[in-house]
Design a protein around this ligand. Structure first.
Ligand SMILES: Cc1cc2nc3c(=O)[nH]c(=O)nc-3n(C[C@H](O)[C@H](O)[C@H](O)COP(=O)(O)OP(=O)(O)OC[C@H]3O[C@@H](n4cnc5c(N)ncnc54)[C@H](O)[C@@H]3O)c2cc1C
Length: 517
């Protein structure tokens, strides 16, 4: 079913549940609704995963540092989730070794060892091996160039790492296989409320400029950092349930720092904060993240030079001979953490990553906060509350589709579609560009089965070429615009508009201060 067919369905049907917000939280709610046999639709004002869910550090983890705040329940839940996600999405979520060095007194190393024992315990039975304690020499072998002044040793432990945007898209696509509907670029502008119940939502299709209404028994607001903006559209009053924090990442070539395990370094300004080197695609490493209060508009979050310098300073302190400079930076990206506002605020870094679910109207539920890692249990707990009040019109339980062919290691069960597209025309098996490991077939697959509507969808969230494209590559864009236009039935004018818009988008990841410094 293409986007127009989903739109036609949205205008006609009364859904059991309509989920607003297609980040990982909304995707998790959709997946759980489908598992229970609910007739569900998911909509997003932009591309799916274009909010925080493509801007995270991409770790599927319990969150070691939250143990410092004694948040055992949250860490335990997240570690259990890590296990489920590793089992359910083996093509997208991989275990990765992390190395936490220890400096100064032997007590520090001992404390870290004890904390990791608690972490292993909370994880329970898991595919992931338990932590080991390393000597200073072993740490230096694994992380050549690490600051060795007062180095006492380190702890090697495992967590998992994913591609956040692709995970979100896969969760949504899987629900579509089970009969769900999903439409991106459809923004909720207003709510039609009668007797404390939402009758329908008024949406604007930002591709066609058409206004449509969607009807459902239950509505779920899963709009991350836009939660309060959406609630304001519901109540007409200012809402302040969230207190977002900004986090930026810096992308560098992976040969600039050790890459066999994730190195954890202390922040250049506060040794109680940690930053990570995270493996990425296309021979790149992500460095991050920052964690600072944010008061601006949700759509306007950008990276500035101070953010970048702070990250580079932290890694230069951790690896004194690395001499990382702005010239090493291939790209940058910024995101907002959707954190709940609390009374006894400990500042952005200390603020809780818990989530909350609450009724705003008889049939409108909001879910906000949490982490990428918790999306399965967030979806389940949200739908538990819905099922206490409502029943699905017909319970047709979801089934899973097993495919184990060549493409399954990259696309899981959707590899079957990639194989079918190659079958249609084997010429599409060629690479789009020798620099990037994507074939024309995959571009067609992303348009046909994973909702790609614009060049930015394709280059940033279906592939991760935007992060790797240090110099703007006109030739590649022409090629991709043509491939997409032919798949989406679009015109020459569309291609030109796409390229103009993508240029603006690319500048967000490659701000001019990177080339001017
Ligand atoms: C720097 C950083 C690092 C992080 N690292 C990690 C990590 O390593 N591991 C981890 O587990 N978590 C991490 N997180 C947290 C995690 O990324 C977020 O908790 C998660 O992505 C939030 O997902 P969400 O779906 O709630 O929000 P979003 O992904 O922002 O989704 C909300 C969606 O709602 C849509 N929307 C808004 N308004 C409307 C409207 N009016 N109509 C329709 N749609 C609308 C938006 O377009 C958006 O797509 C990190 C976060 C940040 C910022």
């Amino acid at each position: 079913m293409n986007r127009f067919e989903h739109l036609a369905r949205a205008k006609k049907e009364i859904f059991d549940v309509c989920i607003i917000g297609g980040g990982i939280t909304g995707a998790g709610v959709l997946a759980n609704a489908m598992e229970r046999g609910w007739n569900a639709i998911l909509i997003d004002k932009g591309d799916f995963a274009s909010g925080t869910s493509s801007r995270s550090s991409k770790m599927v983890h319990g969150g070691l540092r939250y143990l410092r705040n004694l948040q055992f329940g949250m860490v335990h839940e997240a570690l259990k989730e890590r296990g489920h996600i590793l089992n359910q999405f083996p093509h997208l979520v991989k275990p990765v070794p992390f190395l936490l060095p220890s400096y100064g007194s032997s007590i520090d190393l001992w404390i870290k060892d004890v904390v990791l024992s608690v972490y292993d315990r909370l994880a329970g039975k898991s595919k992931i091996p338990p932590h080991v304690r390393l000597t200073a020499n072993e740490v230096q072998q694994k992380l050549p160039g690490i600051d060795n002044k007062n180095l006492k040793g380190g702890i090697l432990y495992y967590d998992a790492w994913t591609n956040d945007a692709r995970l979100t898209l896969d969760v949504i696509s899987e629900s579509l296989q089970n009969g769900a509907s999903a439409i991106n670029y459809l923004e909720v502008k207003a709510f039609d409320v009668k007797n404390d119940a939402v009758q329908s939502i008024k949406c604007l299709d930002t591709i066609t400029e058409e206004e449509i209404s969607i009807r459902a028994k239950v509505f779920i607001n899963a709009t991350g950092v836009w939660t309060d903006v959406v609630l304001q559209r519901l109540t007409g009053k200012t809402c302040t349930t969230l207190q977002p924090s900004k986090g930026i990442h810096v992308v560098i070539p992976s040969d600039r720092l050790p890459k066999d395990c994730v190195a954890i370094v202390a922040s250049a300004t506060d040794d109680k904060r940690f930053l990570y080197t995270l493996p990425w695609e296309h021979g790149l490493t992500i460095l991050g993240a920052t964690d600072t209060d944010y008061k601006g508009k949700e759509d306007d979050v950008l990276t500035d030079m101070n953010d970048v310098q702070y990250v580079l300073d932290s890694f230069n302190a951790g690896f004194p001979d690395a001499n990382l400079t702005v010239k090493d930076v291939v790209s940058v990206f910024a995101g907002l953490r959707p954190m709940l506002k609390v009374e006894d605020d400990k500042g952005a870094y200390g603020r809780s990553r818990e989530y909350s679910i609450w009724w705003n109207k008889q049939n409108l539920l909001t879910i906000a906060g949490g982490k990428l890692t918790s999306f399965l249990s967030m979806g389940k707990n949200c739908m538990n509350l819905v099922e206490e009040r409502f029943k699905a019109s017909s319970a047709k339980k979801a089934t899973s589709n097993k495919y184990k062919g060549h493409w399954s290691s990259i696309y899981g069960e959707f590899g079957k579609f990639v194989e079918d597209i190659i079958g249609e025309n084997p010429e599409h098996a060629s690479l789009i560009d020798p620099k990037y490991d994507y074939t024309e077939t995959e571009i067609i697959f992303f348009c046909r089965y994973q909702f790609a509507q614009h060049l930015s969808d394709m280059l940033t969230r279906r592939t991760s070429i935007t992060y790797a494209m240090k110099e703007y590559d006109e030739q590649l864009l022409n090629k991709l615009a043509s491939l997409m236009a032919s798949e989406l039935n679009q015109t020459e004018a569309w291609k030109e508009e796409q390229k103009r818009n993508y240029r603006q988008h690319w500048l967000e990841y490659h701000p001019s201060f990177l080339s001017n410094n």
